[in-house]
Design a protein around this ligand. Structure first.
Ligand code: HEM
Ligand code: HEM
Length: 249
């Protein structure tokens, strides 16, 4: 045990009592941080996550409805509320994505990562393999990424954006069946989507399958976000809250 001078001992006692320890702060590592995700991207992310959670739960029950309730039909509007919540969250998802696309144009360059993938650049694929090797415990150390890591970017583009657009198109095609010919949803989507798939039930089935695709993305996404926060070389979850990426080394 090192011997401390009387002054150092007094300082340590003070630090123990107050929690203030300027010497320890001076000796500590300095942390580097980069501002990556602007407020509209972060707000969109969390509203979007909430909307998809509501859509997946209510959608599941639309396809597998709850047992019929006893009593007057007019006293039981549960399925009506479930459908209402689904359609409201559906509008939020669609309008939110339009807002997010606008931000990809006016926001910083990280705001554009969701909308395109550099498929024809060798360096991109090298990094995808690097991340895969790290995820599979083959590579001993990951690289540092300021924006999305290249593998996450690929999954976000194909699984999130691809399936998300598919859900919006098929969802509004089904919605237009209820709002009838003459409504914008019917004119813009129902008229061509239903014949393209064959008939209404086929669209229901594909819309439901799309939900499972989205659920698979979300499971991997949340696992990877938390895993990388713990094992990776930079902050992850807090970055989608504060916007800042801090580097651990
Ligand atoms: C990630 C997004 C979405 C998910 C996970 C989702 C999920 C589902 C599921 C699982 C069903 C039941 C399908 C069946 O088995 O018949 C369903 C039905 C439906 N969804 Fe979605 N959906 C999403 C987006 C949307 C959007 C954007 C709209 C547009 C308003 C929408 C409108 C509808 C409609 C109209 C139905 C049929 C309702 C009925 O027949 O009573 N969905 N959804
Ligand atoms: C329904 C659930 C969710 C969906 C659909 C979803 C979707 C997405 C999408 C599309 C992005 C790309 C953002 C962009 O470029 O604009 C993203 C990023 C991100 N998400 Fe989620 N997310 C969900 C839930 C969560 C949860 C629960 C967490 C936290 C544990 C999380 C953590 C993150 C983080 C940290 C990023 C940024 C990753 C990075 O810095 O490279 N997400 N998410």
């Amino acid at each position: 045990m090192s011997t401390l001078s009387a002054q150092e001992l007094a300082q340590q006692r003070q630090a123990d009592a107050t929690g203030i320890d300027n010497n320890a702060v001076l000796l500590g590592d300095s942390i580097k941080s980069v501002y990556v995700y602007e407020a509209p991207v972060r707000i969109w992310h969390w509203i979007n996550a909430a909307a998809i959670t509501v859509l997946a739960i209510t959608g599941y029950f639309i396809g597998v409805p709850l047992p019929t309730m006893p009593g007057e039909a007019s006293d039981n509007y549960l399925m009506g509320y479930i459908r209402f919540a689904h359609f409201t969250a559906g509008y939020i998802l669609a309008v939110g994505l339009l807002g997010r696309a606008y931000w990809a144009i006016v926001g910083n360059h990280h705001a554009r990562e969701l909308f395109w993938v550099p498929l024809f650049q060798k360096a991109y694929w090298r990094e995808v393999i690097q991340v895969l090797a790290w995820y599979l415990f083959i590579a001993p150390k990951p690289n540092q990424y300021v924006g999305h890591n290249p593998l996450a970017r690929f999954a976000m583009f194909t699984l999130y954006l691809g399936i998300g657009l598919f859900m919006i198109v098929t969802g509004f095609a089904l919605y237009g069946e209820g709002t009838q010919p003459g409504s914008w949803a019917h004119t813009l989507f129902t008229t061509w989507v239903i014949p393209l798939f064959g008939q209404s039930q086929d669209v229901h089935t594909w819309h439901r399958l799309g939900m499972w695709g989205m659920v698979i993305f979300i499971i991997f996404h949340i696992y990877a976000a938390i895993r990388e926060d713990i094992m990776g070389r930079q902050s992850i979850v807090s970055t989608m809250i504060s916007g800042h990426r801090t580097f651990k080394d």
